[in-house]
Design a protein around this ligand. Structure first.
Ligand code: ZN
Length: 241
């Protein structure tokens, strides 16, 4: 059994479709939230995730789309995109987002959008990673939120190490260690590689793999312009930041 894990789709259906094309019918799809916000196809993305995902947790943009929660922390482009999303999102899709929970625990692993307990905190350095490890007893924590493909390891002695997976790569899980796996973003990568990011996890082989894949960026940029969403949101897709 293999898990295919996607996060931060952000209304980018072109990229989500290509991610799911890499998934086999036997894989279980997990989604770490932020299905909407920023991008031009929130309804299509929600529908596809509803159809394909085995489990999904809420992201901060999903919550903002539902009732403006947390919108005071958003920058101007993000706020404008949420306001636009609220004008197009279908009530049924909004109701489904509203039914999701902030975390899903499945045996040894935990799914959250940003961090355990502090669901919308950013794990961006060893200090925030240490806090995240302290907030749960899960040995494998899957996160998104930062749009950066990377992982943190909590060694048996408590020391923390880190690796960035800008070009994709693998991780062999070792006994006695704990891991935070940031799967990166399907819809808006921010680690200076415009290729999208997703993760495959094989529990039996104790193996995590980050895949960076191409999608038609120009098509999404055109849609962003056509919807009169902020230009910045189109430009950043081209540079991955
Ligand atoms: Zn996001």
């Amino acid at each position: 059994m293999r898990y295919a894990i996607v996060s931060d789709v952000h209304g980018n259906i072109e990229s989500l479709e290509r991610a799911l094309a890499l998934v086999t019918p036997d894989d279980r799809v997990l989604c770490l939230g932020d299905i909407v916000g920023y991008g031009p196809n929130p309804n299509e993305c929600v529908r596809l995730v509803r159809e394909r995902a085995y489990a999904t947790v809420l992201g901060n943009h999903d919550v903002a789309a539902i009732d403006n929660f947390g919108i005071e922390y958003f920058n101007e482009a993000a706020r404008k995109a949420i306001a636009w999303t609220q004008t197009v999102i279908e009530p049924e899709n909004l109701a489904w987002l509203n039914s999701l929970s902030y975390e899903v625990r499945q045996g040894e692993f935990l799914l959250v959008h940003g961090a355990p307990v502090d669901y919308f905190e950013y794990v961006l350095d060893k200090r925030s990673a240490a806090k995240a490890f302290a907030n749960t007893d899960a040995s494998l924590i899957f996160i998104g939120h930062t749009h950066i493909a990377e992982y943190y390891v909590c060694e048996a002695g408590g020391g923390i190490s880190h690796k960035h997976l800008q070009q994709g790569g693998e991780l062999e899980l070792e006994e006695g260690k704990r891991y935070i796996v940031d799967v990166g973003s399907v819809g808006q990568p921010r680690d200076l590689n415009p290729k999208a990011s997703m993760v495959f996890y094989e529990p039996e082989r104790r193996r995590v793999e980050w895949v960076r894949y191409d999608y038609p960026i120009a098509e999404v940029q055109e849609k962003i312009h056509a919807a009169a969403l902020p230009d910045l949101l189109a430009a950043r897709l081209g540079v991955g930041r």
